[in-house]
Design a protein around this ligand. Sequence first.
Ligand code: FES
Length: 121
Amino acid sequence: LCGCCTVLVDGQAVSGCLYFAVWADGKAVTTVEHLDADGRLSPVQEAFITCGAFQCGFCTPGFVLMTHELLKANPDPSDEDIRHYLSGNLCRCAAYPEIVAAVRQAAKAVGTKPAGTSAGR
Ligand code: FES
């Protein structure tokens, strides 16, 4: 498993390559394409861009979705929390330091949003 195909099913991350489509019947499936709001990137997506948290970008959708799930469960993760939570996602380009920085930046951005908003839909 590499985590590149990560999607959220009812808000929980799953590996798309191991998840039968029929299991998603009646459930909310969120892909990276669903994270923008009103044409604006989510704070997590913005943080990945501003921190340069990718090179080829192949792994990025999976990391972004995992970060959304992480920040819902833990809005203020430590670097150790971030590394542990994202350990199932692989980046062949080894952009891990920038990815951790992006998650920290996203956590700050999400934490400063007005009450009632979240990292994703
Ligand atoms: Fe290339 Fe992660 S940016 S695999």
